[in-house]
Design a binder for this molecule. Sequence first.
Ligand code: FAD
Length: 456
Amino acid sequence: YVSVVLFTADLRLHDHPPLRAALDGTREVVPLFVRDRGVADAGFAVPNRLAFLADCLRDLDSGLRRHGGRLVVRSGDLVEEVCQVVAEADADEVHMAADVSAYAHRREARLRRALEADGRRLHVHEAVTTALAPGAVTPASSDHFAVFTPYFRQWSRQRMRDPLGVPRTIRVPEGVGSEEVPSRAGLPGVSAGLAAGGEREGRRRFSAWLRQGIADYEDRHDDLAVDATSRLSPHLHFGTLSPVELVHRARGAGGPGADAFVRQLAWRDFHRQVLAARPAAATADYRTRHDRWRTERTAQEDIEAWREGRTGYPVVDAAMRQLRHEGWMHNRARLLAASFLAKTLYVDWRVGARHFLDLLVDGDVASNQLNWQWMAGTGTDTRPHRVLNPVTQARRHDPDGSYVRRWVPELARLEGLAAHEPWKLRGPERDAVDYPGPVVDLAEGLDRFRRARGRA
Ligand code: FAD
């Protein structure tokens, strides 16, 4: 009996239900990853994620080799490649993790049809890429939760399955061809400060987080300069860490920091259950429709200034430059940058979401698009008219200006809170700072937003 285990967003050996199921009662297993042409055609195969993915695949391959196996890598149309590997290995079944996007659903349906037409079976496993499966809890009147708090109440009450250990021995059948496992070396366009990927790196980070970071998480997670969040998001995106295992171990650590961290993992599941039920929310306004957005055509210069981090609002510019340099941003920085584009500049949130997806190493359809919608007031936020003021927010979350000084070197010589309001400088002091003036007056931006939303 031979099984294929198709790895997608679950690039690990710990707590891997598809691999465990395949090994139970199976002689041989083909661990397979397909570099799916469809993902590249949709514009999702961007340099930062390709580089991180390459690290993950290398590490997965060496992990499998430690247990007697190896990773088979193919490129092309995912369904065709899986069917080809099934034929080469004469496999009986394929195991994979469930996923939530419209693309993933279509792909899974195509794969099922192709395999069943050939007398093979597809097994899709839940709670591999999420802690709780989408749809596992629902409100009385709908197929998904549209508000986080009641979702979280239910989510917290669910018993999560126990995490699984690493399989002991993996035997791969002869005669299945593989491409060379990719490497990040030489990939063009990768952010200079991009983090390293792979399961070993993810586990090392998570253990360090449990020892040193999580206890202070509740108090410090919003402080931009202290940078005291876990930075586990790319590992969750590529599945080098299991959300089920993270919830278990964080709960085991206990305390207010762990509670706050587990709550963020529930936010991740929350957006996934929204997208699973409403796949169109990746591009269409989820709750409130707006059609008076400024666009690439009507706000080109403002959009460029935002993308390049020269809006003249230091905290927004710091955020956008961190994104470019690291392929990652602090959550508070994402909120500020998104509010600024969608509300203060009144630019269509899809323009900003696309730019984030082009650079974020954790760039993810569910988390990115739905957080953008949340911030743009079209999504699940219960206070859609709130606008974050970049100056008051900067004073609160970067209280001595060091986040701004780190990312905006033009302002590095301004002390303390002066870094947040360079337009207040006068005479030679102002002349000595080579930094643009604000692209928009905040009061005018607020006014435009309120008029467009019919709340003037
Ligand atoms: P921590 O604070 O340590 O949180 C732990 C984990 O919880 C994160 O790794 C993440 O998996 C999850 N999480 C935390 N906050 C959220 C949230 N609001 N929504 C969903 N999951 C959450 N996250 C992504 O993973 N991919 C994205 O593409 C993405 N785009 C975003 C776009 C905008 C406009 C905003 C406001 C947020 C976005 N987020 C996204 C959510 C959040 O900002 C990041 O998950 C977080 O900053 C990652 O840093 P961390 O791992 O240190 O988080």
